[in-house]
Design a protein around this ligand. Structure first.
Ligand code: PEP
Ligand code: MN
Length: 349
């Protein structure tokens, strides 16, 4: 049977199975696709199974898929990324992270230190961001550093401290995973797993994250186009993990006044192309404390579903990224602005 490989421009149809479809119903659809020479990509999510059918358009589309048992609907998708596209799902995805919601009208303030350094440092930051209204704590145990000699994070000890902070302050937390070999470890602690800018195109890591059940926060590669980024999200989604959140964190341009150039237009562009929630990281894009509040306000005003900021009790003593961290009082003030803007935009915070 000739096989057609997925590539830019390949036509495809997404077949959405109903929540009550049986494994036999799924197998039957897959068999029929194979019979007509098409390729079936099965993505088994927690609530339903979706099948990406790639093949010659006329052949695939002429089948009465909606008459097959267990099929809810069949949607043609012309974009290179399929499951994450707005064509596939018109409504906004809402991602649940512990007690917090991201997307579909729920704005998530994510805040905390760049890296977990000590228990006191983490707890001071967590206490302050929880009090000011953050819904998710950030803090890293594994740090991707430009220099191999810089502080690399506390490893599992850092994850233990984050789990303790979650108990103490009632905030779910997000932490980065750098290596496919650590996915199981990070996923056993974190509520939301972050893929950093340097790993956006690490397809082995993305596939591993697609096979586990914790939601994933996928940062934009600093040299990635929006299409490349959505294809990276597709790698996770396709494996069965449908809880993916995109995070714009700035891209490398000719401009040197900022660490990276925050591509604020990515927010409305993504909203048009994809149903996934979009958050913005004003700390790693601006790279400077003074830019954090204005860039956060811009993100909320233009429709982001959340933002993630570095908050450190003593930025001057930070082991990582002190220059871009704001202090607890600044975060509390920023949250007042965020609440006012959220009311204007019509999102819940
Ligand atoms: C971070 O959020 O701590 C981080 C390392 O970000 P990025 O991957 O965007 O540089
Ligand atoms: Mn950082």
């Amino acid at each position: 049977m000739p096989r057609i490989t997925i590539g830019k421009g390949d036509e495809s149809l997404i077949i959405v199975m109903s929540a009550t479809a049986s494994p036999e119903n799924v197998a039957h659809v897959v068999q029929r696709l194979e019979d007509i020479g098409a390729e079936a990509h099965v993505s088994e999510g927690r609530s339903r199974t979706v099948i990406g059918a790639v093949g010659e358009r006329q052949t695939v589309e002429q089948m009465p898929w909606e008459a097959f048992s267990g099929v809810e609907r069949a949607v043609p998708v012309l974009k290179p990324f399929k499951f994450v596209s707005r064509d596939f799902q018109a409504s906004d995805s809402v991602v649940e992270v512990g007690t917090a919601l991201i997307g579909g009208g729920h704005l998530a303030p994510i805040a905390g230190p760049c890296a977990v350094e000590t228990r006191d440092q983490l707890f001071a930051s967590a206490e302050a961001v929880a009090r000011a209204g953050a819904t998710i704590l950030r803090g890293d145990a594994f740090k991707p550093r430009t220099s191999p000699y810089a502080f690399q994070g506390l490893g599992e000890k850092g994850l233990e401290l984050l789990a303790e902070a979650r108990e103490e302050f009632g905030l779910p937390f997000v932490a980065e995973v750098l290596d496919p070999r650590d996915v199981e470890l990070v996923s056993s602690y974190a509520d939301l797993i972050r893929v950093g800018t340097r790993n956006m195109a690490n397809f082995t890591l993305l596939s591993e994250l697609g096979k586990q059940t914790k939601p994933v926060l996928l940062k934009r590669g600093f040299t990635a186009t929006i299409e490349e980024w959505l294809n990276a999200a597709e790698y996770i989604y396709k494996e069965g993990n449908h809880d993916v959140v995109l995070c714009e964190r700035g891209i490398r341009t000719f401009e040197t006044a900022t660490r990276n150039t925050l591509d604020i237009s990515a927010v409305p562009v993504l909203k048009g192309l994809s149903h996934l929630p979009v958050v913005v990281d004003p700390s790693h894009s601006g790279g400077r404390r003074a830019l954090v509040a204005p860039l956060t306000r811009a993100a909320v005003a233009c429709g982001a579903d959340g933002f993630m900021v570095d908050v450190h009790p003593e930025p001057e003593n930070a082991l990582v990224d002190g220059a871009q961290a704001i202090v607890p009082d600044e975060f509390a003030e920023l949250m007042d602005d965020v609440r006012a803007l959220a009311a204007v935009v019509g999102v819940a915070v």
